[in-house]
Design a protein around this ligand. Structure first.
Ligand code: SF4
Ligand code: SF4
Ligand code: SF4
Ligand code: FES
Length: 972
């Protein structure tokens, strides 16, 4: 049975097999439990009350013509093509806006209806260019289809009268064009932008014949509020809004359902293909995480996969000052194995390690950590989650007993209060941001805890949100103040606490949090947030029927990141907002497979499934399957690897799909560590910043070139399906496997499904997961095992993995990184919609049209004080480094706080971030760096060095990139 999503119900239950995600049922499903039976063309059908006649007919297999209706949009009733006859009713009601009624007798095909529909189509066609044969939508146009369906044979009105045929095309958007001459003013695009995306960028201007679709106030799409999500393009029944890739390449001829490789939402897409060329990515309605919606990244930014910068052949070199030499896979792997072995022979077993990738599949990540533990013989494996969500793992495991978010995304549709802490969903998790906006439009209350006024606070028709603009670094003080209000104002859920929580832990937490020093009044001086606002927020959260918390890196990337995660869990436990839909603790994971890379045992202390390496029984199970002893000591974390490299005890590193030189804090320190290595093996799709320090470059494969699975932020395991051959001949898992074999530790898998079978055999939360089951269910949310054979949408419904939940004491400790006379401002960092993480993928697409460079956002008062004007170059100095960015003056910032993104390597955002880190997990404190800024006229010294190093490394690469074909034979 396939999981079918119906947008109106946000249902994540399996739906009847008869529902087909590729079919448009015309209007959304009704949620009603009451059933109504009607007859359509003599065929009886029983449907929920509130279902439209159009949908009931579609469910009965009767297709009534339609143009303005679509099952992801509320019925609009403008085209009248769906007219029907209903016994006992006058006229020809539109079936899309007519709900079923018990005993209703509907007729869909009569001569009169046929004539009526032909008349309607005639009017449409008389104002439509007759260039079907050369139109890019020829063969995929609902207007064309309907003309055929209604039997239109002539257009009596002629084409001479007033028309829109000369309307100019708007080509401003890099990905789609808007040709208003083809518009039938069905309003589907406007409604998709309003109802699905929630941006309200489009309007119908004018009336009657003069009605035209307009982006904003007659602006171009690029100048309007449009965020290029593609929902309008998807909704358009004609070629008015059309992907430029289809205009260029023609219509696709086959498609494969796969999963977006950008963010932790994990949207499902149909990769629509012509041979091995992706023509467009169409969001898949059957995708349980996205329900047919998308954002600009997943929808349009796939061109990087075939970019000329792709590394297509393995390369090696003895030193980073030498040019790269193209070699065969065999030689590259033999070279790597020999280097790793000789380093271990000289410096010991612990002198090498590996870094797994949160962009790669579960299966690939599993193999890298297995390679480290089984072939390297140590536990020196870590992942980029170290620098983002490792505190989530620690904090949630400590309090709730499992290192993962508790809900489905759809759960937000049942939340009455939504608290967003240190996350920016409309930019970083856009499809979920749209769902959240939908719920806000339905009346849910919003609390945002963030130094910046983020866009979710400006949700059109979303009500007035409560913004608590706290000082960076004071999260724990604020969460304690919220909890203080809850316990001292009697807002706790005593029943839940009694039944579900550890009494002793609760009592000691309660007496700690009730202390006056944790009150909003006492904490006001620390957080900068007015006590009354904190009290209001606490009441709004605690008194809601269902209250949900969503948080991001603004929580975790602090010296008290783990403490804050526990503070959030405490809030949810104290108010009983765990274990049911509408509530929960929801970490919004950044990269596509951060959840999966953590689940797969990437951390040095945990085998897959968060099973500790020190546990003898756990190790024995893995040893029995892997056939080698596993070290019982946790290995090095990434920052420890860097320190050990500089100290000379860590000498070789295998990095799959991560760009630690750009993404990790204190760039100079990271560069020094990478330069200290005897052997750096980088497996990636481009020469990224890390690869410039490498001795072996193994071509990586994009998500389009491999099979596997990603696990999104709601623990949903989604299939990644290969749509084209890997550019260098190997999928990433095959490369790791080959490296292992070259090292003498045998690995043999024919397909990633076999790797998943091994994962399932060793990981209690995955025992029920298999590729067959994924095909059957569409996706699976772990835990999936004997107790939960179809997976677990909502966690902790009955009990916690640790039995009773554990309140944790969350003492606020101020970070060492404070504003001072020398560094009076606090810098915090984040992401923007169009770029993704280190930007190596999105910078190689037209997404850069929206964000060409990282800017420094600052409040007008801070700018005025320093004589900074918008667009000026400003030098930013912290105690560890100095960089230069262009200023962007913005009221979104609070005075005293500046902000930037880190999508462009030359910006050097991490040159200034320090190596302060979370006390429990070493997650860096990216969100708080004390800085000073001033107007400058030239790049920083680091930036100048970066540019010359980059130029040199590009020059060392170029001959290898030019030498297509035969690898260089080093033996001759
Ligand atoms: S692309 Fe998205 S945001 Fe832009 S107009 Fe269309 S629906 Fe609205
Ligand atoms: S642009 Fe397309 S979806 Fe929008 S009104 Fe015109 S035909 Fe309908
Ligand atoms: S929301 Fe995330 S997963 Fe979905 S299309 Fe955008 S980047 Fe991809
Ligand atoms: S489809 Fe019903 S009025 Fe357009």
């Amino acid at each position: 049975m396939l999981h079918f999503y119906d947008p109106s119900t946000q249902s994540h239950q399996p739906s009847p097999e008869s529902l087909n995600p590729d079919f448009d049922y015309g209007t959304p499903a009704s949620l009603s439990a009451e059933l109504v039976t009607i007859a359509i063309d003599g065929r009886e059908i029983t449907v929920p009350e509130g279902t439209s006649v159009l949908r009931a007919a579609a469910l009965a297999g009767i297709n009534i013509p339609k143009l303005c209706a679509s099952d992801n949009l509320e019925a609009f009733g403008s085209c009248r093509l769906c007219a029907v006859e209903i016994a006992g009713r006058r006229g020809y009601p539109a079936s899309c806006t007519t709900p079923v009624a018990e005993g209703m007798q509907v007729t869909t095909q009569t001569d009169k209806l046929g004539k009526l529909r032909r008349n309607i189509m005639e009017l449409y066609i008389s104002d439509h260019p007759l260039d079907c044969l050369t139109c890019p939508a020829n063969g995929d146009c609902e207007l064309q289809d309907m003309a055929g369906v209604v039997g239109l044979r002539e257009v009596r009105y002629g084409f001479e009268g007033e028309n829109h045929l000369d309307a100019a095309t708007d080509d401003s958007n890099p990905y789609f064009s808007f040709d208003p001459s083809k518009c039938i003013v069905c309003s589907r695009c406007v409604r998709a932008c309003d109802e699905v995306q929630g941006t309200f960028a489009l309007t119908i201007q004018g009336r009657g014949f003069g009605s035209v679709v307009s982006a904003g106030q007659g602006e171009s799409f690029m100048d309007s509020e449009c965020v290029s999500c593609g929902a309008c393009v998807q909704a358009c029944p004609t070629s008015t809004l059309m992907e430029k890739s289809v205009i260029d390449a023609g219509l696709p001829e086959h498609s494969v359902v796969t999963t977006c490789a950008y963010c932790g939402v994990g949207c499902s897409f149909k990769a629509e293909m012509k041979g091995e060329q992706v023509v467009r990515m169409v969001p898949y309605k059957g995708g349980a995480a996205n329900h047919g919606h998308s954002c600009v990244k997943g929808r349009f930014a796939f061109g990087y996969a075939t970019h000329e910068d792709r590394i297509k052949q393995p390369m090696i070199r003895d030193s980073i000052d030498e040019p790269w030499q193209v070699v065969s896979w065999e030689e590259a792997l033999a070279f790597s194995a020999q280097k790793l072995k000789s380093v271990q022979a000289q410096y010991g077993r612990e002198s090498i390690g590996g870094i797994t990738s949160s962009r790669c599949t579960n299966e690939e990540t599993y193999l890298v950590q297995k390679l480290v533990r089984a072939a390297f013989g140590n536990n020196n494996t870590d992942t980029c989650a170290r620098v983002c969500h490792s505190p989530t793992g620690y904090g949630l495991k400590t309090t709730l007993g499992e290192s993962a978010g508790t809900q489905t995304f759809d759960s937000v549709m049942k939340a009455d209060t939504i608290m967003v802490i240190g996350a920016n969903p409309t930019d970083a998790h856009p499809v979920f941001g749209s769902l959240m906006r939908k719920r806000l439009r339905q009346g849910a209350k919003l609390i945002v805890i963030d130094p910046r006024r983020i866009d979710i606070l400006n949700t059109p028709h979303g009500g007035e949100g409560l913004h608590l603009p706290l000082r960076p670094g004071t999260n724990v003080a604020l969460v304690n103040a919220l909890a203080h209000v809850i316990v001292t104002e009697g807002l706790e859920d005593q029943e839940f606490i009694k039944n579900r929580c550890d009494t002793e832990a609760y009592q000691s937490w309660r007496s700690f949090i009730a202390e006056q020093r944790n009150s909003p009044e006492a904490m006001q001086a620390v957080t900068g947030v007015a006590a009354e606002q904190v009290r209001q927020a606490a009441r709004l959260y605690a008194q809601a029927d269902n209250a949900a918390i969503y948080y991001g890196l603004g929580v975790t990337e602090h010296s008290q990141g783990s403490t804050m995660v526990m503070g959030i869990a405490n809030l949810a436990l104290a108010t009983g907002n765990i274990g049911r839909e509408g509530g929960g603790v929801n970490p919004l994971r950044g990269q596509n497979n951060v959840q999966g890379s953590c689940d797969m045992g990437s951390f040095p202390h945990e085998l897959p499934g968060y099973q500790h390496v020190a546990d003898d029984q756990v190790r024995q199970r893995f040893e029995a399957v892997w056939g080698v002893p596993i070290d019982h000591e946790p290995g090095l974390r990434i920052p420890n690897m860097f320190d050990a490299a500089i100290a000379g005890t860590f000498k070789a590193l295998y990095v799959q799909g991560e760009d630690i030189a750009q993404s990790d804090p204190n760039t100079q320190h990271v560069e020094a560590a990478l330069k200290s290595l005897d052997c750096l093996i980088v497996q990636d799709i481009f020469l990224n910043e890390t690869a410039k320090f490498a001795h072996v470059l193994l071509p990586g494969s994009t998500f389009l070139e491999k099979n596997g699975t990603f696990t999104n932020a709601e623990r949903r395991i989604n299939r990644v399906r290969k749509v084209m051959a890997p550019i260098a001949g190997k999928e990433d898992w095959q490369v790791t496997m080959a490296l292992s074999n070259a090292l003498g530790y045998p690995m043999h898998y024919n397909h990633p499904s076999e790797i998943m079978d091994e994962i399932a055999s060793l990981t209690p939360t995955f025992t029920g997961v298999s590729y067959d089951k994924l095909e059957q269910l569409g996706s699976i949310q772990w835990p999936c095992n004997e107790q939960h054979p179809d997976g677990t949408p909502t966690m902790h419904t009955v009990d916690f993995p640790i039995g009773k939940a554990n309140f944790a004491i969350t003492e606020y400790l101020a970070t060492e990184e404070r504003a001072s006379r020398r560094f009076p401002l606090l810098l915090t960092t984040g992401r923007i919609l169009s770029q993704y993480n280190v930007g190596s993928q999105t910078r190689r697409t037209s997404n850069s049209d929206w964000h060409e460079e990282d800017l420094l956002e600052l409040h007008p008062s801070d700018a005025e004080l320093r004589g900074i004007k918008d667009g000026d170059w400003v030098g930013i100095s912290s105690r560890v480094g100095h960089t230069v960015l262009r200023a962007h003056i913005s009221e979104r910032m609070m005075p005293g706080v500046v902000y930037t993104t880190f999508h462009h390597p030359g910006s050097g955002a991490n040159v200034i971030t320090t190596d302060n880190s979370d006390w429990a997990t070493n997650c860096p404190e990216y969100k708080v760096t004390a800085v000073q800024i001033e107007v400058v006229s030239q790049p920083s010294e680091w930036q100048r060095n970066f540019q010359s190093f980059d130029k040199r490394q590009q020059a060392l690469l170029q001959p290898a990139m030019d030498s297509v074909g035969e690898p260089h034979d080093r033996t001759t």
